[in-house]
Design a protein around this ligand. Sequence first.
Ligand code: ADP
Ligand code: NI
Length: 219
Amino acid sequence: MTHAEIIQRTTEYVRHEFERDSSGHDWWHIYRVWKTALELCQHEPADTLTVELAALLHDLDDWKLAPSADGTPVRAAAWLRTLQLDPALSAHICEIITHLSYKGAGVENQITSLEGQIVQDADRLDAIGAIGIARAFAYGGHAGRPLYDPGTPPQLHQSFEQYKASRSATINHFYEKLLLLKDRMNTATAQKIAQERHAFMEQFLERFLSEWAGEIRGD
Ligand code: ADP
Ligand code: NI
């Protein structure tokens, strides 16, 4: 199979799998991560087939969508087997997917390869800025979280178990993850893109909290 055929088949499969998602992990999230990752590849000497496949398959086994998942990318691996790729390539893609996800403010990032760093940056860029704000509240609604709970301060989670168990409000998620991402980008290009998106989230939060406090009354 050619590179183009592999990608075409994979996009068709993933598009079908994510068609009905309303948690912020829909096909368009996958599409944006794929395209952003390709954009980042323009500035880095990375293997594009690895980057594209990891980007396209990265959320198939996500713990937020499949709560029984144990962290091994079972569905991604099964799909890769159908493509009959070099086993080392498939293993690398699975390793990237295993370590991609954010696991708490105090948990060390285990992504090591350049290809993994690129896909992680692309996934994280889609979690910040205007789209990131929309996705945060979409996920919050999906998971039954309140928008905001002024009585419960954010927590910087020191383990994945703590992070996973948290049920706090979506506004807390900005302090527990989204505002921390700008300083955790791997590539220089993503760091640059993250600055503006970060500034926009700060403005949004300032406005949200001042409306909540009754400081903006529109007169
Ligand atoms: P990651 O695997 O790093 O969590 P995803 O592509 O799965 O990345 O994106 C997670 C999305 O879910 C983000 O847009 C994030 O804002 C949103 N989200 C909202 N609230 C939460 C929460 N409490 N815990 C985890 N993710 C959340
Ligand atoms: Ni994702």
